[in-house]
Design a protein around this ligand. Sequence first.
Ligand SMILES: Nc1ncnc2c1ncn2[C@@H]1O[C@H](COP(=O)(O)OP(=O)(O)O)[C@@H](O)[C@H]1O
Ligand SMILES: [Mg+2]
Length: 493
Amino acid sequence: MELCQNCHTGHLIDPPNGQQSYLKCDACNAILLLYKPMPHQVEYHKDQTKFKGFFGGYGSGKTVSTCQDVIHHILTTPNGLTLIGAQTFPQLEQTAMKEFFDWFPQDLIFHYSKQKNYVDVVNGHRVLFRTLDDETKARSLNLTCFWIEEANTVAYEYFTQLQTRLRNTSTKKHRGFLSSNPDLNWIKTDFLLKSETINQHGYNDDNVIYLQDVKNPAISSHIVPTHLNKYLPENYERDLKATKPDWWIRRFLYGSFENREGLVYPAALDFIVEPFEIPNHWERIGGADFGILDPTVLVLGAIDPDEGILYLYDEHYQADKPVPHHAQIMNALLDPIPNGALRAVMADPSGRNRNKHDGRTLFQHYAEYGIYFQPAGNSIDSGIAKVLAYFSLERIRIFNNLFNTIKEFTLYKFKPKELGDDKNADEKPEDKWNHAMDSIRYLVSILPDNPENLRNVSYGLYKDRLNGGKMKNIPYELRDDDNSYNSSWASNF
Ligand SMILES: Nc1ncnc2c1ncn2[C@@H]1O[C@H](COP(=O)(O)OP(=O)(O)O)[C@@H](O)[C@H]1O
Ligand SMILES: [Mg+2]
């Protein structure tokens, strides 16, 4: 029998009530909790952020881990008040309450009112169990802590309301916990994407990128895949996986918040890379789209001539500014491009149209600032088909600091099909989140139809020119074809 570390005289024994979650000293009544967190749970418990979400696949340990943090709060906050809530009573009873009563030592419960659904703990802390189906119920509470179990099924108003209830003066350390399956509702938009940190536990073969505009230092999220829970029955994950579609496996076993359904370029998200310095000899192309209320956009690409890959490496993306402002920023992006390396800046062909007021075209206006656009073709269907071909042959990469471009890739969708639509009807993208998308379509429009031809020998010659024409030293027979008639794919537009 284990010696008690508190009094060093008694021994730790199973409590007479038969509960498995703790041992009790037979001399001093000290209690030893037997919960042993797994590594991902250790990481989660270390995180002391005020509002914390545990999101993950089925059986990833959402309920147990959150319950343990709540128990810790209760035991360390005398006279506090904690609300444990879920959408419906059966949900509450079968998940949060069940785990709570499994783990919380009965010896520390002073009073349990089944009728009124609360527990009084010996340190004066009260725990309320509540369904979150009526906002008015929580109105007069002064909480130290709340836990919303299966929070994705609970309305956002409860989360905001419970936050305002955290004003009990028994502690300075108020906490709010969410446990939930990944969902695309407020759990994603108002919690996950506003988190100061998004902790992805375990391997992440899902390749998900979460774009965050605003971060709130009081919010933190943890994403845990099912397979990290070593207490699950063998084959648990395999059996669940067996008959499920890919998106289901990503969402409910990997804990992914991603939704690629309906995206025009779903594959783009697999080709986002760390930025690096573009070698001087790589040829550059731009794509631009103009807006007044909509953003004006310039996306810059560079071509790796050895691998035949287009890297989208810089962007300008801003709405509601006059031409001189955009031109100044565009020039700042274009100026560092080595002489002769810029092939063209392709743009929305409507930039050629004359303005009713002064008869000038947008192209002319930009030309005054030294930026010369080429009109791109504007067939959306064939343009998208070409970009798709480049993605399917893995010929495009996107630098991960192109915030707006990546954001559009995650939002640029086909129009949802109406009921009774002809299945074979032409799919058209929605007319939104398409400004960087159009710019990229214009940019790609001057690339060769066959992406294989990006790996063009003319680039080698170009590189050679920059290297001071080393080719001259090579015997004539071994030199690449003469530059003058081996015209580049782009030199004849
Ligand atoms: N640290 C742990 N020690 C023992 N069992 C654990 C531990 N963490 C999780 N479990 C067990 O794993 C199972 C799934 O955990 P649970 O929290 O219910 O997952 P989820 O809420 O994500 O579906 C439960 O049976 C739970 O008891
Ligand atoms: Mg659960």
